[in-house]
Design a binder for this molecule. Structure first.
Ligand code: BGC
Length: 357
């Protein structure tokens, strides 16, 4: 009898421990996800992918978008996440250099920080970085222009103008740098001509990656250099992403360009507007960055960190944020045109054909 009782007690003890253990791991830890804006399609996708995948891994998620790229709002949302008990923060910074103070607080509270897509500068609170290979994005874009204009075999010269993104976004150093690593030798040799003379990164920048600002700058370039289907020939426009390319497309269409004579125009993100433009001949290519893959990688990182493990990284050299190199995981970007979009975007379930109509 005594023996049976002690067996029952032992079983109860084990059961309690198991239940407590399970209860503890499902008393979900909270993760804060801070995205820069809801006004661009890609960040909505990133935000919802992250939330869905983190929840599926058993975490509670506080997902916030900082209005339309509002830095003070992003800072206060992060403050709330820290005081609200988040154990890890996944952040895509609006201004890569503006989070030092608030992340000091995160570090003091023992909250882990992962920089998402954009490196966060000047903060030793950042423990990991997950992104796409940003330099490769620029190289793919630059190489596309080189190949389309056949810069190595044609005589030229060819006219080009250059557009990149927000000056506070650390990624533009890599996008623009990667593209220039291909294009600069041709600019130096005179085969590519930038009539506006605006070749430096800060001259090519587009605040907030704004479609409207890109459109205005392209309209001004059209006026000042006389570009047009019947005017000075414009052979190519380098754009670091789709939101900027959309403004350039608007200006070029406004100046009378059609699919028949449209300049080579690059982009990035495979946003719906750009994919429709690509199919209609009003943009040449985009870069496909499968945000589902990035989110999956970051969820694995969060999970490893919060369980006391070591996240997988594949780059420990490239991304120094001013406090040292941040161990990074780089996903692979690929270029997308009207010739391969079906395999990349439709077959993979990223979009349906209907969305592109
Ligand atoms: C991202 C791009 C995006 C851009 C504008 C960059 O930091 O890497 O994918 O197009 O921000 O939102």
């Amino acid at each position: 009898m005594k023996k049976t009782l002690s067996v029952i007690l032992a079983v109860l003890f084990v059961l309690t421990l198991t239940l407590y253990g399970a209860g503890e791991s499902s008393a979900a830890l909270k993760v804060g996800v801070s995205m820069p804006t809801q006004s661009l399609q890609r960040w909505n996708q990133d935000g919802s992918n992250m939330k869905r995948q983190l929840e599926a891994a058993g975490y509670e998620v506080d997902l916030q978008y900082a209005g339309d790229n509002e830095v003070p709002l992003q800072v206060s949302q992060l403050e709330n996440m820290i005081s609200g008990g988040c154990k890890a923060l996944v952040i895509s910074a609006i201004d890569s250099g503006a989070l030092t103070t608030v992340l000091g607080e995160a570090k003091a509270q023992g909250v882990s920080v992962i920089a998402y897509d954009r490196l966060i500068m000047n903060s030793d609170a950042v423990s990991y970085y997950a992104t796409f290979d940003n330099f490769k994005v620029g190289v793919l874009q630059g190489a596309y222009i080189r190949d389309q204009l056949k810069l190595d075999t044609e005589k030229g010269p060819f006219n080009i103008e250059l557009f990149t993104g927000d000056p506070g976004d650390n990624n533009i150093i890599f996008f623009f740098g990667g593209a220039m690593s291909i294009l600069e030798p041709y600019i130096k040799s005179g085969k590519l001509v930038v009539k506006s003379g605006q070749v430096a990164r800060d001259q090519a920048a587009t605040p907030s990656w704004s479609t409207e600002k890109a459109q205005t700058r392209m309209e001004n370039l059209i006026t000042s250099s006389g570009y047009g289907p019947n005017g000075t020939k414009l052979d190519a426009v380098y754009s670091s992403n789709d939101s900027v390319a959309n403004g350039i497309t608007n200006a070029l269409v406004g100046a009378g360009y059609t699919a028949e004579n449209f300049p080579v125009l690059t982009g990035q993100d495979c946003d719906l507007t750009s994919m429709k433009n690509i199919l209609a001949g009003r943009q040449s290519m985009s870069i496909f960055k499968d945000t589902r893959a990035l989110a999956a990688q970051v969820v694995k990182m969060v999970d490893a960190i919060l369980k006391g493990g070591k996240p997988e990284v594949n780059d420990t050299k490239t991304y120094d944020n001013g406090t040292g190199v941040i161990p990074s995981y780089l996903c692979d970007p690929v270029f997308c045109t009207k010739d391969n979009y079906k395999t990349l975007l439709i077959d993979s379930g990223y979009y349906t054909e209907n969305q592109l109509r």
